[in-house]
Structures are given as structure tokens and as C-alpha cells.
Design a protein around this ligand. Structure first.
Ligand code: C2E
Ligand code: MG
Ligand code: MG
Length: 344
């Protein structure tokens, strides 16, 4: 909508309120009661642009900001929105370039059994070596790869590369790979995972797929079917970051997980507040349903000791080792095995 002769901000808000009121009027249609709503973006001339294209583009960015704020509201355009959109576009182009140039690598973080102190497996964690920015954290680029659909191609590369690497490890060492909810929307995922296993020669029971609760929130039939297919061929399934988000116990009923990974936030303050009681509750629920537990982000000896006493199965964290490049992990696994053999 174009409104001319706008006075001050109050005028504009009054106009937006009238639009919202009109749109929100429920209506009856073929016996149904229909209701609608809207997210509204506002750009003002001349400060936000003097030609129509610029004004529409900026109003559009403001509308996406309104959607991001929970929808059904309005936002005025701000120059920072444009800067963010440009930075995102640049990062998306860089991501596509990195796919072509081989700019990604995988680091592996060991998981340790809390009773035997043996390494039981390693988690594959993706790294992006950016030509100008150096190492970029997956927390920064995975969401963008998800939004752009690039995660499918990237995820396949991670699975193939990590399975090939794990096939060189001692046979009792498992590999854990993170899989995004977006990858689980594609019905061919189980087939592609089976392909990566076959190409590398890795036994399916040595592969563990880590998913987050986001997969289960919408009761997505495709995702559940894929998880069951994977389980049928022997792949293990872990629920990652448990304790963040909704953490509804009903998720544990929706799928028979092999493992629960207890989020780092419970481990970091396990010595000070009620976290120990929560960890114990999760450990007990897991044991009753034949699941193991891994505590994430263990950084200190006292944390490890408490987790061991609480009955947690495994730990992962800087106390033993951060994620390391493939070659270093091969050496670490070799040295660890020799040490264990010498002790035996
Ligand atoms: P995550 O799967 O929960 O991985 C654990 C994260 O905790 C990793 O961060 C790891 O480096 C970090 N961490 C491990 N031990 C400690 C510790 O003792 N202290 C602290 N402060 N942090 C610790 P990273 O590598 O930055 O990965 C972040 C997230 O990005 C991962 O969380 C995972 O959700 C996602 N991610 C990483 N690689 C992939 C991938 O290949 N595919 C997908 N879809 N997601 C990935
Ligand atoms: Mg994980
Ligand atoms: Mg996690």
C-alpha cells in the first residue's frame, strides 16, 4: 500500500492499526469460520529511499523483520536490516564457493566411557576454513546452509568423508554424525546414508546419527520413517542437546533412541545448583528405556566425577579432548589403544 502525505510516526502507526483491524475481521466462507492476519513492513520516503524499487525492497526487509519478531506485528525499516541482508548474501555466495573449492574439513571429538575411561567413539564436527575470516563456527553457517538448502549437499559430504575416516579407526570406535532436520525432510536420506556406509565399508552399527528435538516437534512422518529405516539397518540414533528447547518427555516416547546427549548447560553448573538432580532424572529415564547417556561439554575433573557418580554412561568435552583434525585423532586413538593394552 502506498500512503502519501504521512505526518509523523503516530500517523503511520494509526494507519497500520487500521489495516490490521480490517485484515483481522473474521469471515464466514462455505460454513467455515476463517481468520487472517498479517506481518507489515514499513519504509518511509525520502529517508528509506526515493524510488519505488528501493522503497518496496526496504519495506520487504522490514516485513521479514516483523515475521522474525513473531509475526502479526509491524516493523519500520532500519539501515541495519539492509546490512544484515547483504552480509547474509555474501556468506551464502562464500558457502557455495567453499562447496566447489573444498573449503570444509571435519574435526573429530572423542567420547569417553565414564567407567572404563576408554574412548568409545568420536563425533564429527564440521569446520569451514574461510579464505578471509579464518575458521567459521558451524553455529554460524549451518543455519544459513539450512535456509538455502545447501545443507543436503554439505551433509552428504560430511557423511561420506566421516564414514571413510572412521573405517580406518579401531573397530570398537564408533562415529557420530550430526544430521539437520532439513536433511530429514528428504526421503532418500536413509538410502544415501546406506550408500556412504557401503562405499566406506563401515559397519552400520558403528554409525550413530545425532538429531535434535526440532525433528520431533512437528511429528514429521517422513523424518520418523527415515529414522526407523536407519535403525532397521543397524544405525544408532541419538537425541542431541537434550535439556535445551522444549525437552518434552513425549519425544522419548515418539522414537526409541539409543542415546540421550545431555546438554552442556547442565554440566557447566552441575556443582552449584539443581542441575545434578536433573541429570540424575535423565539418567534414570534413559536407563529404564535401555538408552545410554552422554554428558556434553565436560571441562573439569569435579564435573566428571559427579557425572560418573550419577551413573552417566559417557562424557565428551575439553577435559579429555576438543575436536581435532583427522590425522591427530588417528594418532590419539592409536596412542590411547597402546596405553590401554599396556595397562591390561
Ligand atoms: P553439537 O552437536 O552439540 O556439538 C557439540 C559442540 O560443543 C561442538 O561445537 C563442540 O566443539 C563443543 N564442545 C565440545 N566440548 C566442549 C567443552 O568442553 N566446552 C565447550 N564450551 N564446548 C564444547 P561446534 O563444533 O562449534 O558445533 C556446534 C554445533 O554445530 C553442533 O553442536 C552441531 O549442532 C552443529 N554441527 C556441527 N557439525 C555439523 C554437521 O556436520 N552437520 C550438522 N547438521 N550440524 C553440525
Ligand atoms: Mg552433536
Ligand atoms: Mg550437543
Amino acid at each position: 500500500m502506498i500512503q502519501t502525505a504521512v505526518g509523523d510516526v503516530a500517523d503511520t502507526i494509526e494507519f497500520v492499526t487500521r489495516i490490521h483491524d480490517a485484515i483481522r475481521q473474521p469471515c464466514r466462507c462455505l460454513g467455515h469460520h476463517l481468520s487472517t492476519d498479517a506481518s507489515i513492513g514499513i519504509a518511509l520516503a525520502p529517508q528509506d529511499g526515493t524510488d519505488l524499487d528501493q522503497l518496496i525492497k526496504n519495506a520487504d526487509l522490514a516485513m521479514y523483520a516483523a515475521k522474525a519478531e513473531g509475526r502479526r506485528t509491524h516493523r519500520f525499516f532500519e539501515p541495519a536490516m539492509d546490512a544484515r541482508a547483504k552480509a547474509r548474501l555474501t556468506m551464502e555466495q562464500d558457502l557455495r564457493q567453499a562447496m566447489v573449492d573444498g573449503g570444509f574439513e571435519i574435526h573429530y571429538q572423542p567420547l569417553l566411557d565414564l567407567h572404563s575411561n576408554e574412548v568409545t567413539g568420536c563425533e564429527a564436527l564440521l569446520r569451514w576454513r574461510h579464505p578471509e575470516r579464518g575458521m567459521v563456527s558451524p553455529a554460524e553457517f549451518i543455519p544459513l546452509a539450512e535456509d538455502t538448502g545447501l545443507i543436503n549437499e554439505l551433509g552428504d559430504w560430511v557423511l561420506q568423508t566421516a564414514c571413510a575416516e572412521a573405517a580406518t579407526w579401531p573397530h570398537q570406535i564408533r562415529l557420530a554424525v550430526n544430521v539437520s532436520p532439513i536433511q530429514l525432510k528428504n526421503q532418500t536420506l536413509a538410502l544415501r546414508i546406506a550408500g556412504a556406509l557401503a562405499a566406506s565399508g563401515l559397519t552400520p552399527s558403528r554409525l550413530e546419527i545425532e538429531i535434535t528435538e526440532a525433528v520431533l516437534i512437528h511429528d514429521d512422518e517422513t523424518a520418523l520413517a527415515i529414522l526407523h529405516q536407519l535403525r532397521a539397518i543397524g544405525v544408532r540414533i541419538a537425541l542431541d542437546d537434550f535439556g535445551t528447547g522444549f525437552s518434552s518427555l513425549s519425544y522419548l516416547k515418539r522414537f526409541p533412541f539409543d542415546k540421550i546427549k545431555i546438554d552442556r548447560c547442565f554440566v557447566s553448573d552441575i556443582e552449584v545448583d539443581g542441575s545434578a538432580a536433573i541429570v540424575l532424572a535423565v539418567v534414570n529415564i534413559a536407563a529404564a528405556r535401555n538408552m545410554t547417556t552422554t554428558a556434553e561439554g565436560v571441562e573439569t575433573e569435579p564435573q566428571r566425577e559427579i557425572l560418573r557418580k550419577l551413573g552417566c554412561t559417557e562424557m565428551q568435552g575439553y577435559l579429555f579432548s576438543a575436536a581435532k583434525p583427522a590425522l591427530e585423532v588417528r594418532r590419539l586413538l592409536g596412542a590411547h589403544r597402546e596405553k590401554a593394552q599396556a595397562l591390561a
